[in-house]
Design a protein around this ligand. Structure first.
Ligand code: 7TS
Length: 407
């Protein structure tokens, strides 16, 4: 077994040296967004210092350099998720925009009144609300596959909900509120058997495991850069080329056209057809740098290390009296959502902050999950590859202190 280079990795993230309230920062809010390694910060600074200009527009040296960097990052994303072609990699603002893009292009073209869109009960709001809006506008129907008390999809119920009316399956790969990793291969196979396209919301899965879109055989895959050690404001929509080719454009403007007259406009080829306007150039370059960094460490190594962290945290948390873990799926990523008897999650969050520990307290943009578990909110510790067992000890000691004082 390779030894995970945790000390080196920690040293690569400057913010981890910060003190919060005079305590060493223990950053456990990685599901909301994770911190950035120096190489990512430097890549942005380098671009702005030496190579910055607009992309796809100029013949001048800086524009060529900037375009090379930008398109080079697209190549890196393609390799990272094993897409077939860079034409299948669309840069967007994040997972939210990727899903909204599908709702306003693919869905608009292919899903009509009475047709059904199938999601699960553990979705983030960004994979619920765009479909509700779409259904309101078109008369399509949103179907929701239920979960069990462990926070797992009840697969048999999911299967029963697939019918000839289903025109899109859109499910989360890994839940942000529960940590559950869905049986996406099974889901995709079941949908494929009826020729139904599948969109995976990979916002949480992407930083924690190897994602191979060809092996998965999903039709669309959405993720955000900022949860993948890359800048905020950039994300990716992967789509199979044939589907993307057939879809109408998303936004109109510069770069997405080949020819414009007042009578008609001819759209650009993929992937530019979906990238209207000046993109977030430096953030794309930062995403490329993050991918290089992660590739060097190896996603499988990261997954193995984080599995150890989760196991350690779960074992310790299970021993704390009055602590209830929300989300106990067999297949689970590095997220520990919990509630404490008598202490509101927001108070947990505030009090842990006074110890230098950052966790998220709230509904995690998954209010239906909170309703299902009959809790107003949870406290959530979400781990990244730079976290350690020693930090988990600090968290657990902090929780014990809270219980002692307020429980
Ligand atoms: N899907 C999932 C599963 C998510 O966890 C999130 C963000 C999104 C979609 C939306 O991503 P965005 O980058 O477009 O905002 N999740 C969280 C979270 O758990 N806490 O803050 C944001």
């Amino acid at each position: 077994m390779t030894i995970f280079p945790i000390e080196k990795i920690r040293a690569d993230f400057p913010i981890l040296k910060e003190k919060i309230r005079n305590k060493p920062l223990v950053y456990l809010d990685n599901a909301a967004t994770c911190q950035k390694p120096q190489v990512v910060i430097d890549s942005i600074s380098h671009l702005y210092t030496h190579e910055y200009a607009n992309v796809h527009r100029g013949v001048h040296t800086l524009s060529i350099k900037s375009t090379d960097r930008y398109e080079g990052a697209r190549e890196k994303v393609k390799d990272f998720i094993n897409a077939n072609s860079t034409k299948e990699i669309i840069f967007v603002r994040g997972a939210t925009e990727a899903i909204n893009l599908i709702a306003s292009t693919y869905a608009k073209e292919n899903i009509k009144h009475g047709d059904e869109i199938l999601i699960t009960a553990m979705e983030h709001h960004s994979n619920i609300v765009p479909w509700q809006m779409f259904c309101e506008q078109t008369g399509a129907v949103l179907k929701v596959a239920p979960i069990n008390l462990q926070g797992e999809l009840i697969y048999t119920e999911f299967e029963k909900l697939i019918s000839d009316k289903t025109k899109l399956v859109s499910v989360v790969h890994m839940s942000n509120a529960l940590g559950t990793i869905n049986p996406v291969k099974k889901i995709i196979a079941a949908a494929k058997a009826r020729n139904i396209p599948v969109l995976l919301d990979g916002a949480q899965a992407i930083p924690h495991m190897t994602v191979d879109v060809q092996e998965l055989d999903c039709d669309f895959y959405a993720f955000s850069g900022h949860k993948l050690y890359a800048p905020s404001g950039i994300g990716v929509l992967y789509g199979k080329q044939a589907l993307l080719d057939a879809m109408p454009p998303y936004q109109g403007g510069g770069d997405m056209i080949r020819k414009v007259t007042f009578e008609e406009t001819e759209y650009n080829a993929l992937p530019y057809k979906f990238e209207a306007g000046t993109p977030s150039i430096a953030d794309v370059v930062g995403l490329g740098a993050a991918i290089d960094y992660l590739t060097e460490i190896g996603m499988d190594n990261i997954a193995a290390y984080e599995a150890e962290l989760l196991e350690y945290a779960t074992e310790k948390a299970s021993k704390i009296e009055g602590l209830r873990i929300i989300g106990e799926a067999k297949d689970k990523g590095a997220i520990l959502s919990f509630v404490l008897d008598k202490i509101h999650p927001h108070d947990i969050g505030t009090m842990l902050d006074s110890l230098g520990i950052a966790v998220r307290a709230g509904h995690h943009c998954a209010m239906p999950v909170m309703d299902f578990f009959e809790v107003p909110a949870t406290a959530r510790a979400s781990f990244a590859m730079y976290n350690t067992k020693a930090e988990i000890d600090v968290l657990m000691d902090g929780i014990e202190q809270l219980i002692e004082v307020f429980g």
